[in-house]
Design a protein around this ligand. Structure first.
Ligand SMILES: *Cc1c(COP(=O)(O)O)cnc(C)c1O
Length: 379
C-alpha cells in the first residue's frame, strides 16, 4: 500500500475542513441505502449550489475535470476545433480540450488579476480567424479565486459571438461586480476536490442558465442513456455521476461556504500585515469589481529569491508551499500549440509562491509560517 509520506504536525497548503451537517447527510445516505450515484442528496446539492451562486441550473458531477469535459462537449467543441484557454492555470483546464481532439490556443495573463488578458484574447481570436479557424470556445480561468476581467472578456466574446466557458474550479464564493463567477459565460464549472475551498471529497458541478445545456450534460454524464425500457444509446456518453454520499458531504460544506471565504480572506490579510516590512515582497491585490475567495494566498518573492529555494527552506520546518502554476505554454505536453504571450505568466511562475491557506489553520500555525518565511528571506 502507498504510504502517506509526511511528518506529523505538517502545515499543508489547503486541506478539507468539515463544519456543517456533513455527518447527518452522509449518515442518512447510509441508513437509507442511497450509497450510489442516485439519491436525494444529489438534487439537494444541485439546489444548494444554485442557491449559493445564483445559477439557474446545476449538474453534480464526479470532478471539475469531468464538468469541463462535458461543458466543452455540450458547447459543440469537436475534433479539429480551436479553443482559446488561459495559459496560467492547472492542466485540468486544458486537458479536456485534448480529450475532444480539439486544439488549445493559449493566452497570457494581465498583471492585475493574473487571469486572461482581454486584449491578447482579441488578438488571439483575430489570429485564429485569419488562419480560417474561428475559435469554438473561450475557456477563461479564475485562478486562485481571483475573478478574471469578465466585463472586458464578455465584450470581446460577444463581439465575435464565441461562447465562454468559465473554469471557476478555484473560485466558488468569488464575485465579480457582485455576481458569482461562473455565471457570466454560457457555462461555469466548480470543483469540489479535497484541496478546494469546500469539498465533496471529490466532485464537480456545471452551472448554466440554459436548461437544454444542463439537460444534455446530465444525459451525457449518465452514459447517454436514451429513453427506452432497454439500454439504448444514440450518442457516446461518460460515467461522470457524483455519488449520493459525496453529495451529502457537499451539502454540509455549502452550509459553511461563506464562513470559509471569510476565513481564507482573513488568512490573506494576516500574511499581508505580517509580511509588509519585507522589501520587494508583493501580493495579488483585489482590483475594483473583484471579490476573491482567496482560495490560496500567493506572494511574489523579492528580487534575488527563487521560489524553489524558499520552498525547500520551509519544507525543513514541515511547512508545505508551492510554486505558482507552471503555465501551459511551458508544459512539454503543450509544446507544439499556439501561444499568445506578454511575459506575465512566465514572470509570475519565476517569482511566485503559494502559502498555506487552509481555513483550519490556527494562529499558531500562521505565526510559524511567517517566522519561517521571514527567516528564509533574511539570508
Ligand atoms: C482543481 C482544478 C480543476 C479540476 O478540478 P477537479 O475536481 O480536481 O477535477 C480544474 N481547473 C482548475 C483551475 C483547478 O484548480
Amino acid at each position: 500500500m502507498k504510504q502517506l509520506n509526511y511528518r506529523p504536525g505538517r502545515i499543508f497548503l489547503s486541506v478539507p475542513h468539515m463544519g456543517g451537517h456533513e455527518r447527518n447527510y452522509v449518515q442518512k445516505a447510509l441508513e437509507d441505502n442511497w450509497v450510489t450515484t442516485a439519491g436525494p442528496n444529489i438534487p439537494g446539492f444541485e439546489h444548494d449550489v444554485c442557491q449559493h451562486t445564483n445559477a439557474q441550473h446545476a449538474v453534480a458531477l464526479s470532478s471539475g475535470t469531468a464538468a469541463l469535459h462535458l461543458a466543452l462537449r455540450v458547447l459543440g467543441v469537436k475534433a479539429g476545433d480551436e479553443v482559446i484557454s488561459s495559459t496560467f492555470t492547472f492542466v485540468a483546464s486544458a486537458n479536456p480540450v485534448l480529450y475532444l481532439g480539439a486544439t488549445p490556443v493559449f493566452v497570457d495573463s494581465e498583471p492585475e488579476t493574473w487571469n486572461m488578458d482581454p486584449e491578447l484574447l482579441e488578438k488571439a481570436i483575430q489570429d485564429s480567424i485569419t488562419r480560417g479557424k474561428k475559435p469554438a470556445c473561450i475557456l477563461v480561468v479564475h485562478l486562485y479565486g481571483m475573478p478574471a476581467k469578465m466585463k472586458e472578456i464578455m465584450t470581446v466574446a460577444d463581439r465575435y459571438e464565441i461562447p465562454v466557458l468559465e473554469d471557476a474550479a478555484e473560485a466558488l464564493g468569488s464575485r465579480y461586480s457582485g455576481h458569482q463567477v461562473g455565471t457570466f459565460g454560457k457555462i461555469g464549472v466548480f470543483s469540489f476536490n479535497g484541496n478546494k475551498i469546500v469539498t465533496t471529497s471529490g466532485g464537480g458541478v456545471l452551472v448554466t442558465a440554459d436548461a437544454a445545456l444542463a439537460e444534455e450534460a446530465a444525459y451525457l454524464a449518465n452514459q447517454a442513456k436514451d429513453q427506452a425500457p432497454y439500454y439504448l444509446h444514440s450518442q457516446m456518453g461518460y460515467n461522470y455521476l457524483l455519488s449520493n454520499v459525496s453529495a451529502g458531504i457537499g451539502r454540509g460544506q455549502l452550509e459553511v461556504l461563506e464562513k470559509r471565504v471569510k476565513q481564507r480572506r482573513e488568512i490573506y490579510s494576516y500574511y499581508k500585515e505580517q509580511l509588509r516590512d519585507i522589501e520587494g515582497l508583493t501580493f495579488l491585490p483585489e482590483p475594483k469589481s473583484c471579490f476573491s475567495n482567496r482560495w490560496l494566498t500567493t506572494i511574489l518573492l523579492p528580487e534575488g529569491f527563487k521560489p524553489e529555494q524558499v520552498r525547500q527552506e520551509l519544507e525543513h520546518d514541515n511547512i508545505e508551499t508551492r510554486p505558482l502554476w507552471k503555465p501551459m505554454h511551458q508544459q512539454p505536453l503543450f509544446a507544439n500549440y499556439t501561444y499568445h504571450g506578454n511575459g506575465t505568466s512566465d514572470r509570475l511562475f519565476e517569482r511566485g509562491l503559494c502559502l498555506p491557506s487552509s481555513s483550519s489553520l490556527t494562529e499558531e500555525d500562521l505565526e510559524k509560517v511567517v517566522r519561517a518565511l521571514k527567516q528564509a528571506l533574511e539570508e
